[in-house]
Design a binder for this molecule. Structure first.
Ligand code: GDG
Length: 465
């Protein structure tokens, strides 16, 4: 019976700190069912000029294979090419890409290193599932070593249109890297189309019909696999959360004001300054709401080692401070900006009582917060999701108020519309979205992707016995 091998840049610590539900838990469940290996970077520096040895540990049927990386690897592969070139490029931010040939070389070197370390662990029937933009060349490196196993790849972030992608000096090596997989999964059809068009414009392949692409004379599958959340668990967590004493204390501090909630890692893709401007526009255009609403923006720091993120942190804080200074009063602060992580249960409760979920990224592969906000709602009296049309989630969540996040006035108007929406309209919009989230949850996503690589559900179920 074939095993599953998952490779991701970071391997979550599935101990105490692991969040309930979510991708890590779903992948762990898939690995436990089949038995397998989870390989990736440990999150630590080796402190030497070379990466560390592979550290193997067994947890039930899962073998964890972790490695430290050298400071040079981290600078070139992680902070450099992955997070200062591919991340901005895939989020259509050509102005922020910082391309250097040495970082590109480092990116391929680390991918080769991962492939070399993984190679001896692979058995003939194993199925491999590689995750995200850090590891695009893994399959081509493994193929060069003679690996013929089935290998799937899932891209968590958007795939840009050809004219954006081709600004990357080494774009052919990257797009070519994806053609070595058997299945390439994206979040939306739009990303699949961008990718297929890129192959065609580059003159190396294109659409071969019925979910198949071909490139360099080889056929492979490509499709949209919109990632979900652990919907049922999140629903229950939100219900539990609002009953807790800790939660009640926090709620009292809002003094009965309508809550609008935003939850995002600190990242330029999330459109935080535009969002704050949109909220300001709402308050200016609707003075009756002044003193009666609070925007709670929870924004944990992220990627502090990547240049530009510290500056962004200052910029967002200044934006929030400016609005609070201009519109706040002695007894009302319009924006509560929390620049650190908040516990998952508390977040679920905050989503549940928020009348509006404000999710307005400038570009996002999917955006799980949009789904979490909905799962947390009370179906009898749900809040309203204001969602960027440029989040992958907008393709599924058509009951949300879809906005162009660059259009500050439109965001302000959508907040006003959401806060004044009658109960019946809110319920009508909400019910089909909740049904969809329950059906296409994270387990279903995992099953669908594995089925596309040729691992069917019954196969996994029987292994579990
Ligand atoms: C990438 C893609 C795609 C955030 N703040 C806190 C906290 N969070 C949790 C949220 C959510 C997760 O982090 C963020 O997920 P997103 O999907 O919003 O965004 P990325 O991190 O950019 O993820 C994205 C995703 O991959 C999956 O494929 O959807 O498009 O960019 O779960 O709840 N959790 C806690 N405290 C916080 O303060 N506990």
């Amino acid at each position: 019976m074939s095993r599953l091998i998952v490779v991701s840049n970071r391997v979550p610590d599935l101990g105490k700190s692991a969040p309930a539900g979510g991708l890590a838990v779903a992948l762990k469940a898939a690995l436990e069912q089949r038995g397998g290996i989870w390989m990736g970077w440990s999150g630590k520096s080796s402190g030497a000029s070379e990466p560390g040895k592979l550290r193997i540990s067994e947890h039930g049927r899962i073998t964890f294979a972790l490695t430290d990386l050298s400071n040079r690897d981290l600078s070139e592969y992680y902070e450099g090419f992955a997070n200062s070139v591919l991340w901005p490029l895939c989020h259509y931010r050509l102005d922020l890409t910082d391309y250097a040939r040495k970082d590109m070389a480092g990116y391929f070197r680390v991918n080769r290193f991962f492939a070399e370390r993984l190679h001896p662990l692979i058995e003939p029937d194993d199925v491999l599932w590689i995750h995200d933009y850090h590891l695009i060349p893994m399959a081509s490196e493994l193929r060069r070593m003679g690996v013929e196993n089935r290998i799937g790849f899932f891209m968590h972030i958007p795939w840009p249109p050809p004219d954006v992608f081709f600004t990357l000096p080494v774009h052919e090596a990257i797009i070519g890297g994806l053609t070595a997989y058997d299945v390439v999964g994206f979040q939306t059809r739009h990303d699949v189309e961008n990718f297929a068009l890129g192959l065609k414009r580059e003159g190396i392949g294109g659409d071969a019909g019925e979910g198949w692409l071909e490139a360099y004379g080889r056929k492979f599958r490509a499709g949209a696999f919109p990632i979900g959340i652990a919907t049922g668990e999140f629903e229950k967590m939100a219900q539990r959360s609002v009953r807790s004493a800790a939660f009640k204390r926090i709620i009292e501090s809002f003094e009965g004001r309508d809550l609008i909630v935003g939850v995002d890692r600190l990242d330029y893709s999330k459109g935080l300054t535009h969002r704050i401007d949109g909220y300001e526009r709402f308050l200016v255009a609707n003075p009756a709401y002044r003193g009666r609403t609070t925007l709670l923006q929870v924004t944990p720091k992220s990627r502090t080692e990547v240049p530009g993120y510290a500056e962004m942190q200052r910029e967002v804080a200044e934006h929030a401070g400016r609005v609070n200074g201009a519109l706040g009063t002695l007894d009302w602060v319009p924006i509560r900006y929390v620049n650190r992580a908040v516990g998952q249960t508390m977040l679920a409760g905050l989503h549940r009582i928020a009348k509006v979920g404000l999710v307005t990224p400038l570009r996002d592969g999917m955006n799980l917060v949009a789904k979490e906000y909905l799962a947390a709602q009370d179906p009898e009296n749900p809040g309203v999701l204001v969602l960027s049309r440029f989040a992958g989630a907008a393709r599924e969540l058509d009951g949300a108020l879809l906005v162009n996040p660059y259009d500050i006035e439109a965001v302000g108007n959508a907040i006003a519309q959401a806060l004044s929406m009658p109960l019946e309209a809110r319920r009508e919009r909400f019910a089909p979205m909740l049904e969809r989230l329950r059906h296409y949850d994270i387990t279903r996503w995992c099953d669908d992707f594995l089925a596309a690589i040729g691992v069917d559900r019954s196969d996994r179920a029987s292994t579990a016995l």
